[in-house]
Design a protein around this ligand. Structure first.
Ligand code: SF4
Ligand code: FES
Length: 256
């Protein structure tokens, strides 16, 4: 598609810090290349704000290639904007029309409070990971080769699919219950499907689900919006697997 230049109006959520009230502020922006990415467009806006001596818009980003999961923006009412299977940094301005007003908000969910403008605090995900998003391996010289344990191809593929979750939080922001079940189930599944992950499977699912509840995420009511908006196509099948893992762990736990 040939490069074009469009004029747009941005309606952006500005908020000084977590304690201040926020509000939408409008910014016109002209001559935006349709080949530029959404974040490059925001860079352009920020350059013009700095030139005018105004405060630039704070937004999260790091890799800018769909890997780190930092670019958490709600664009025209959708997590990561109108394209499918992409993060905000992979979204291109060719998805928008000349003259369009584009509304940009931070991810909205009470466990993810706004830190500033479009930046939210997603450390609840880190705390959930610290409760079990790993396998414990003794590295003192007698570690088995990873390929010494045969893994059926179908399981390896499913584990790999689950492992593509980048922890962006779009599933939470999209869900009417602010549920983190898609994220947590991806992290539980990627281990549960592999023999290396079975060793700690029971404690993992119990501890991660407990931490998810402690952080204030809501429950899953099978709406499926998370799967639609997930940039990595994480399947709802993982939630069903996590529920099975959880029930099995509760049923065989000594306290029950
Ligand atoms: S499940 Fe998808 S939407 Fe949720 S954190 Fe992982 S990659 Fe992001
Ligand atoms: S900036 Fe890393 S996924 Fe978008």
């Amino acid at each position: 598609m040939a490069e074009k230049f469009i004029n747009i109006k941005l309606k952006i959520w500005r908020q000084k810090d977590s304690k201040s009230a926020g509000k939408f502020v409008e910014y016109p922006l002209s001559n935006v290349s349709t080949d530029s990415s959404f974040l490059e467009m925001l860079d352009l806006l920020n350059e013009s704000l700095v030139e005018k001596g105004e405060e630039p818009v704070a937004f999260d980003h790091d890799c800018r290639e769909g890997i780190c999961g930092m670019c958490s923006l709600f664009i025209n009412g959708e997590a990561h904007g109108p394209d499918r299977g992409v993060t905000t940094c992979q979204l291109h301005m060719r998805m928008f029309k000349d003259g369009e007003t584009i509304t940009i908000e931070p991810f909205r969910a009470s466990p993810f409070p706004v830190i500033k403008d479009l930046v939210v605090d997603r450390t609840p995900f880190d705390r959930i990971m610290q409760k079990g998003g790993f396998v414990s391996v003794n590295t003192s010289g007698n570690t088995q080769d990873a390929n010494a344990l045969p893994v059926p191809k179908a399981d390896a593929d499913k584990a790999f699919d689950a492992a593509t979750c980048i922890g962006c939080g779009a599933c939470v922001a999209t869900c009417k219950n602010a549920s983190a079940m898609l994220f947590v189930s991806a992290k539980v599944s990627q281990m549960a499907l592999l023999p290396q992950g079975r060793v700690e499977a029971k404690e993992r699912v119990l501890n991660m689900v407990h931490q998810m509840d402690m952080e204030g995420f809501g429950n899953c009511t099978n709406t499926g919006a998370c799967e639609v908006e997930c940039p990595k196509g994480i399947s709802l099948e993982n939630i069903a697997r996590m529920n099975r893992e959880y029930l099995k762990a509760v049923a065989t736990s000594e306290e029950h």
